[in-house]
Design a protein around this ligand. Sequence first.
Ligand code: 5AD
Length: 351
Amino acid sequence: MYEKLDRETIVRILRSHGESEKLLFAKSQEICAREVGNRVYFRGLVEFSNICSKDCFYCGIRKSNKNAARYTLSDVEILDACRFAYENRLGSVVLQSGEISNEAFAVRVGKLTEAIKKMSNGELGITLSCGEQSADTYKRWFDSGAHRYLLRIETSKETLYKKMHPDDGLHGFAQRIEALATLKKAGYQVGTGVMIGLPFQTCENLADDILFFKSLDIDMCGMGPYVEHGDTPLMQYSHLLSEKSERLLLTLRMIAALRIVMPDINIAASTALQSIDPQGREKALEAGANVIMPNLTPLSHKRKYCLYEGKPQLDDDMAAVTGSLTERIEAMGFEIGYGEWGDSKHFEKER
Ligand code: 5AD
């Protein structure tokens, strides 16, 4: 069944239950161990600002959400979190924020990237996730030392993308695909991904998402369940959603299917999984993910980076978050890639 993964087979995989689902996870786990190994890589996640110029209908930090208390971390706070990642040998950090497109922001992120490199003697890997930016900005950040970039396509189905985003000239589907191409040209390892279980989304759409990732030849992928947020327009369709437990399972099946279709890429066990199930991310590792992102955002602001409801571990500091995750991952029999960047094998092969 797994030999020829065409659209129809992927759809069938996404609908698997019981015994066939178990077989699927066994297969994806076997491929994962063979192609990328038994090692899980950490990325210390620093959510450094929730100020956003975009208005995505699903997202809690969308520009129009007046209930979101806005913050930006200071340079010292960001560097402290990155120092924790360095000293605890997490290997890499992800700097994530809402989308801001002005010169001051571009300069700041470039300088922060340089400062993190300097603080860690060039050792910490830096991934950025700051939305759509100009080719020039992407290039400057790359030259400052960032080497991976995450920009989700959210859904590869254009009509669904249009339902999820306002038609205001700022949320173009083609523009987003163009941004992914620009990132690749700038030299980044590029990660994209989708939300799973969106209203109006079908298994056929999700199978096409996987084929889209393949056609883009991506290096990394982060996919998570869609989780409602009360202060967003998409909430009006909450009656159309499947149970959260089903969205979780569908996400695990997507991870397994993607591992089979793209065996040597990095796949993240996304944070949103943990908001549905405390063990959601660990389950993703068992389905074929190999990257996990302990949240290092300072406690004073963590609560405010609220994309969806039920964000976990809001009272756990960096040490608690990393410590509990380490224990659980090691108990599952995985190794942790301490002090390693854990670049995508797919990207390394291309080079
Ligand atoms: N549920 C799940 N994921 C969400 N994101 C934004 N809002 C939600 C939501 N309500 C995801 C998007 C974005 C990433 C940073 O967070 O996919 O790219």
